[in-house]
Design a binder for this molecule. Structure first.
Ligand SMILES: *Cc1c(COP(=O)(O)O)cnc(C)c1O
Length: 464
């Protein structure tokens, strides 16, 4: 198993090097050269595995034996031991055809923990094996930052700096990031939106000299390991359904921002998991919905919504799908990305649009519908969902609501009480969240631009 870049200018790389590289050195995204295919018989053998066992089976197909089995098993075990559900990602039945996959049982109450608890441990492992310092740099619309910090706080040999958009994350998200007192953590609050933060990160990673000098590593879903860690719960959830429904084929509805989570589903499908449709749920920032429905990929006005973790216009993982849509042709992918940079949009052919339609359905959920769905779930199922998860359920309903569907609950409602409060529903916070409000915060507000951030980083990475 080797990994290559979507733009074709990075030599074949192994698993750990791919993990450490993050963004491809040619500006592309790393992907497996060939995707392992899982036979029906293997699926049958996997169906009763525990979450850690299943993760081990899937990762073993990608790690080239670079991590000895016992080490990999231990890394996985440690990563999920702290989850509040022993199942890690339990599936809840809402009605005869609709299921909810609860992905928020990790330390920061959002699905990002599933990949980032593991990646934190893997960074510590790689730092030790390679005898290297690791400096993690990431941008967050709120949840990735908290999860990444939680994954590496107080770990030897690792420093982490997270950029978030100033005043544009929820109160609980901000507290989860900024109340961590460990000295290996720096929070930069950027006067801009998430796309600005992500752009700064991309520029810093594209500056190969800077990246090498400071040993910069990525936690965003530009990192392939994060994508792979998220494929595990597609398999796991599928196996939780009754055989009769599995035979019909199962759809997944996925609240989408950066196209990371849903790309993990696409990978699972390419590996052979019988997924009928991947339903792409967006909020009013609907570039991806327009891509699926109209065959045009073009950013629009940035909007603030009730689901801030999906307030994204430029979806960094889009390029991974584009690569497969271009028939796994890196030169064509590079050409299209160049055209996108020059013209600000991409238009897809009739044939490509048919292919996109076979892979995805899409629906954009406006704020009013989001709140109505939260209320309806409470009334109908006595279950409180967060605004992101509500987009998933609303999109499933809008797409017909007929298939057997697993809709992803990507965050716990307590993270987004601002929006939930608007429905009139009052919730009680879990203890872990309530305690955050009494803790002191640490963060630095910076201007929107690569230079201002680079100066902060040079200071932070030089200390100690
Ligand atoms: C990050 C996030 C999303 C979007 O996931 P992507 O991988 O960026 O598409 C959805 N919901 C929540 C709660 C998130 O934190």
């Amino acid at each position: 198993m080797n990994f290559i870049s979507t733009r074709g200018q990075v030599g074949s790389s192994g698993f750990i090097d791919t993990f450490l590289m993050g963004l491809g050195n040619d500006g592309g995204l790393m992907i497996p050269e060939t995707i392992p295919e899982i036979s029906g018989q293997t699926l049958e053998e996997w169906k009763d595995l525990s979450y850690p066992e299943l993760m081990f089976a899937i990762f073993s197909l990608y790690t080239n034996g670079e991590i000895p089995d016992e080490d990999l098993k231990q890394l996985i075990r440690e990563s999920y031991a702290g989850f509040r559900s022993p199942e890690v990602a339990p599936v809840i039945r809402l009605d005869e055809s609709l299921y909810l996959l609860e992905l928020f049982h990790g330390p920061t109450f959002a699905f990002k923990d599933v990949a980032l608890q593991f990646m934190g441990n893997l960074y510590a492992y790689a730092a030790q094996k390679k005898n290297q310092v690791i400096h993690i740099l990431g941008a967050t619309s709120g949840d990735t930052g908290a999860a990444a910090i939680s994954g590496v706080r107080s770990k030897d040999g690792i420093r982490i700096c997270i950029l978030h958009p100033h005043g544009k994350v929820s109160r609980v998200q901000e507290l989860q990031m900024t109340t961590v007192q460990d000295d290996n953590v720096l929070n930069l609050s950027v006067r801009g939106n998430f796309d600005d933060c992500q752009q700064i990160i991309k520029e810093l990673f594209a500056d190969i000299g800077f990246k090498a000098k400071y040993h910069l590593r990525a936690v965003n879903s530009i990192n392939f390991v994060r994508i792979l860690a998220q494929t595990v719960y597609y398999f796991y959830a599928y196996f939780r359904l009754p055989e009769r429904q599995r035979e019909q084929g199962v759809s997944f509805s996925v609240p989408t921002g950066n196209f990371g989570n849903i790309f993990s589903g696409y990978l699972a499908k390419r590996m052979g998991l019988p997924i009928r449709k991947l339903i792409l749920a967006t909020n009013e920032n609907n570039i991806l919905e327009r891509f699926v429905r109209e065959g045009v990929y073009q950013p629009d006005q940035f909007r603030m919504t009730y689901s801030p973790s999906m307030d994204i216009q430029i979806a960094s993982n889009f390029e991974r799908y584009l690569y497969f849509l271009c028939g796994s042709d890196p030169l064509e992918t590079a050409r299209r990305m160049e055209r996108f940079r020059a013209e600000g949009r991409l238009v897809f052919s009739e044939g490509e649009r048919e292919q996109i339609g076979r892979d995805f359905a899409a629906y954009s959920v406006n704020g009013e519908r989001c709140l109505r769905t939260i209320q309806a779930c409470k009334d109908r199922y006595d279950y409180l969902i967060d605004p992101h998860s509500a987009c998933g359920i609303a999109a499933y309903e809008a797409c017909g609501g007929e298939d057997v569907c697993i809709s992803m609950a990507t965050a716990h409602p307590s993270k987004f009480d601002e929006a939930i409060g608007l429905t009139g529903i009052r919730q009680t916070f879990p203890d872990e969240i309530r305690q955050l409000f009494d803790k002191p915060q640490r963060q630095t507000v910076v201007e929107n631009g690569k230079q201002a951030v680079a100066e902060q980083l040079e200071r932070f990475f030089r200390i100690g």
